[in-house]
Design a protein around this ligand. Structure first.
Ligand code: FMN
Length: 259
């Protein structure tokens, strides 16, 4: 059996959740960053005895559109899978159902799933510091339950909440496009890290707004901490979402009831 950890994680929260979900297995993990342009996703060859953890963030309550072609390049070949939608303490809406539907169409067996909270990558006041120690304990316990359950060859697939048709995406976070600030030395790290090539190599202080998906990876990787989103927009977004985001949201776990 091989354990694959497949993830799209612009600012690291989704990656941390995926790591915690793999925690109960002590075999070596094969890490697949879905956004890595060097990675030939169609060449990955899964087997029914393999285990995959597939984790994506929730963007506007859906699987980020940029991740759809990456996921569609995969061939599951019956590999048992834990699907994870990671959200920023507002709601995951239809992200998990969209992810599990897609993985099934690609031939994965979604036997377990979770919607887990991480710090909001745009509005960092929400879900701040998560996954925290409590989340880590819950995710570790779920990982152990999955390890136990996955020993059963008859483990059924899970169903998860969500709508068909999926909700239309929308929301302020997706409209906040970071730019380089004073002190930018044009080192080019943000240019190379942007998953959609939205930062011009010759003018890295700027951004192509028609391409930018507001994922905040450029802000996260900037070694000088000078790339930033518009402060006024962030303040407005934080205020507008306060009612929906201020209470701590729980992680949700899905696995057949007999386990
Ligand atoms: C464009 C965009 C849209 C988002 N939409 C939602 C959302 O609908 N609900 C939510 O709870 N969090 C939302 N978030 C927050 C992310 O889901 C959350 O911060 C996630 O952990 C980001 O993953 P990462 O840390 O791997 O980048 C959004 C973030 C971005 C960048």
């Amino acid at each position: 059996m091989a354990l694959y950890k497949l993830f799209f994680s612009p600012t690291g929260g989704t990656h941390r959740v995926a790591d915690l979900l793999c925690g109960a297995w002590d075999c070596p993990k094969i890490e697949v960053d879905l956004s890595d342009p060097e990675q030939d996703l169609s060449a990955l060859c899964f087997r029914p005895e393999d285990l995959c953890v597939v984790a994506v963030p929730s963007f506007e309550g859906r699987v980020p559109p940029v991740a759809l072609p990456w996921l569609k390049a995969l061939r599951g070949n019956g590999a048992r899978t834990i699907a994870a939608a990671v959200f920023g303490n507002r709601a995951y809406d239809d992200t998990l159902v969209e992810l599990t539907d897609l993985l099934r169409r690609q031939g994965f067996r979604c036997c377990a799933a979770t919607a887990a909270v991480a710090q909001h990558s745009v509005l960092s006041a929400y879900g701040a510091g998560r996954p925290d120690a409590q989340d880590a304990a819950e995710l570790a316990a779920f990982s152990s339950r999955c390890r136990e359950a996955f020993q059963s060859p008859a483990l059924p697939e899970v169903s998860v909440p969500g709508n068909h048709p999926y909700r239309a995406p929308g929301g302020l976070p997706g409209l906040i496009h970071p730019v380089g600030g004073q002190g930018c030395t044009a080192c080019g790290l943000c240019v190379r890290s942007c998953p959609v090539g939205a930062i011009p190599a010759t003018r890295p202080q700027q951004v192509d707004r028609s391409r930018c998906i507001a994922c905040m990876r450029c802000v996260c990787v900037c070694p000088l901490h000078v790339r930033h989103a518009n402060g006024a927009l962030l303040a407005i977004g934080t205020l507008l979402l306060k009612k929906k985001c201020k209470e701590r949201k729980e992680n949700e776990f899905f696995l057949s009831e007999s386990f």
